[in-house]
Design a protein around this ligand. Structure first.
Ligand code: AMP
Ligand code: GLY
Length: 396
């Protein structure tokens, strides 16, 4: 069995690395300068080009676009949901209506399809206002604003396609909830699921959770949560998969619940139909062979639990200007040792250069969180490139 990983980020590198470590032949579409060390990179020429891959192989999509495009409709050997089920991520309107229909706890919401409707619906909420674009918006589709006028102005622009390039259409107005955020990621096959150890992700650019939202500046795990909360999260997965079945769909693959723990109760803010980035890097580093076994078992419909073997910390090195206009083309110098997953890196004339916002994931593992943290930061300090930025408070 060969493994074909779709995508080009740190998450895809981490997954491919784990499979390679377990003796599998790994192919990346398109991969990056780092994935070449762990397998074969192929240019990504669209889904049709994957049609001829052997049915005995495993296709592992990293990011959601492949699933939304329908790779699991095209091939049976994909560990990921079909296009219709991927709507849980690709349409917030679908996801919210789905949760309402099946009694799954999510913040109270309204849908507005035009500015007049938005004006009227906003009156049913109090500040701050949360407005979400319906479709995929590369992490930019959620507005949180304090004034009603500003909410109406920005929300109307979002509806009319004037706020984010390529994003247009209905919006969800959500009740603003306070609390602690938590991601829960599971492998799923039909109604069966197995939740990975919990990982904390740091979404804001700067220390102390300040600055703009990013794809994620670091992560660590395993995070312990109370038994009672775990039970409530299991119930959310269970109800979701029941709803999916009631809709006449089948689900296979990763399922990620973006949660807000409000007054001890988990509310689903969003679904993702893939694993997280940078959560996957930490999940893999906590037990690479266990990750491979858990995914392969779930693919076959036999669920196994992934037990962490150590603590893991991921410190993301980003390039100055991230998330809007990262500096690119700067040469990278790497230490000889240490586990690093590559993201926005290209190879030019035999040298690694920066090619994206998130550049490298510096991993540390250890018997304690502090040990793992120390190793990740030693690595983060040892890597050199012009414009290197990173948070100093990951796992602190
Ligand atoms: P989402 O893409 O829906 O997960 O939203 C992105 C981020 O916006 C979340 O990680 C939260 O920090 C914030 N957010 C989304 N919905 C809400 C809400 N109803 N109340 C408070 N914060 C929210
Ligand atoms: N780390 C957030 C995400 O993968 O969506």
């Amino acid at each position: 069995m060969r493994v074909h990983v779709l995508g080009s980020g740190g998450r895809e590198h981490a997954m491919g690395w784990a499979f390679k470590k377990c003796g599998f032949e790994v192919h990346f579409y398109p991969g990056n300068a780092g994935t070449k060390r762990d397998g074969v990179n192929h240019p990504y020429k669209g889904l049709d080009a994957l049609k001829d891959l052997s049915e005995d192989d495993l296709i592992l999509p990293g990011s959601e676009e492949f699933l939304v495009e329908g790779v699991a409709n095209l091939k049976k050997n994909v560990f990921g949901p079909v296009r219709e089920a991927a709507r849980l991520e690709s349409s917030k309107v679908f996801a919210k209506e789905f949760m309402k229909k099946y009694g799954i706890r999510t913040p109270r919401f309204e849908i507005a399809r035009n500015p007049d409707e938005l004006r009227e619906k906003l009156k049913r909420f109090s500040p701050p206002y949360v407005i979400k674009a319906d479709g995929l918006a590369r992490g930019k589709g959620v507005l949180i604003v304090s004034g009603e006028e500003e909410a109406l102005e920005k929300g109307s622009k979002l509806i009319n396609g004037q706020l984010i390039e390529g994003v247009k259409g209905p919006v969800v107005v959500d009740e603003y909830l306070t609390g602690e955020e938590l991601s829960a990621i599971a492998v799923v096959n039909g109604r069966k699921f197995s939740i990975f150890p919990f990982v904390r992700d740091y979404k804001r650019l700067m220390d102390g959770d300040r600055g703009p939202n990013t794809g994620g500046m670091g992560s660590w795990g395993p995070v312990n949560i109370a038994e009672s909360l775990l039970g409530k999260i299991e119930e959310l997965f269970d109800r979701t998969l029941w709803g999916v079945e009631m809709e006449g769909l089948t689900y296979k693959g990763f399922l990620y619940l973006g949660l807000m723990i409000h007054d001890g109760e988990p509310f689903i803010l969003e679904y993702n139909v893939r694993s997280g980035d940078p959560e996957t890097e930490v999940i893999v580093a906590m037990n690479p062979a266990g990750f491979v076994e858990t995914v392969l078992s779930a693919f076959r419909g036999e669920m196994k639990k992934l037990e962490p073997k150590c603590y893991a910390v991921d410190v993301v090195l980003a390039s100055q200007g991230y998330p809007d206009t990262p500096l690119k083309g700067k040469e990278i110098s790497l230490p000889e040792d240490g586990l690093i997953f590559f993201a926005g890196v290209e190879e030019r004339n035999g040298r690694f250069v920066t090619a994206g916002g998130r550049v490298l994931h510096c991993m540390g593992t250890g018997a304690t969180k502090e040990e793992a943290r120390k190793r990740a930061y030693e690595l983060a300090e040892a890597v050199q490139f012009e414009g290197k930025i990173f948070r100093r408070d990951i796992a602190s």
